[in-house]
Structure formats: C-alpha cells, structure tokens
Ligand binder design. Sequence first.
Ligand code: NI
Length: 145
Amino acid sequence: MDKVTRIGVSLEPELLDDFDKSIASKGYVSRSEAIRDLIRDSLAENEWKNDEEWMVGTIVMVYDHTMSSVGDRLTDIQHQRHVVNTSVHVHLDQDKCMEILICEGKLGELKDFANEITSIKGVLRGRLTMAAPSTGNVHHIGHRH
Ligand code: NI
C-alpha cells in the first residue's frame, strides 16, 4: 500500500456496532477497508454532478405487474425517453417483477428518466446507479419491444 495517513473517527457505540455487523456480513476483514470503500463510493457519486456529461448507468427496479397500466407506462416512458440500451426482466413471484435497465445518455436525462420510472404507481423500488462516463458508443445489444 502507498503511504497512508491514520485518522481517528468518533462514533456512538450503537452506530459502530451496526457498522461492524454490516461490514462483517459483506465479508470485510477490516474497518479500514470498509471505510475506504465507502469514501471512494461517495467521492465517485459526487464526481457525477455535470448533467451534460454522457454516462452509462443502470436502473434496478421492482414493480407489481398486477397493477393496471404499470407495464404500459413503463413501455411508453422507455419509448419516449430513448435512453435504454437493454433490459433484463425477472419474474420474482406471482405479482412482482424485477427489471434492470442499462441506460446511456446525458446524466440529467438519466436522472429525469429514473425519477419518472420510480414515480409510476406500481413501481415499488427503483434505484439509478451511474457506472462510468461514456463515449456514446455503447452498442445496443438487445431491446425489448
Ligand atoms: Ni415479470
């Protein structure tokens, strides 16, 4: 490892206890490595503030396909916005579906798209994650509809 600087962090015992349990379940052997990863994630997300920057990212969502019109709304929005390169659909149980959308476009467009998706009635969870800046050359490897 390169030269490192040691820092002290003060935490409430309950918070530290929760943190230790959380990182143990993720397989971390040291708090330092877990905290380094958290800081890297946080800094990476902060880098992506330029809404004009071309990015690739994913939206992971869970929706209830028995709610009327949710499927139609999802399809309409994807056609209108035109930022989805490909998607994967998993039928979770009788009612719920998980869908992963791989998206490419300007950061601002992807945020708007994700907000629109997650505000649909019947979409139970949705989360946009930025993967990396894009050259705009990501190939369309498949597209539903
Ligand atoms: Ni399904």
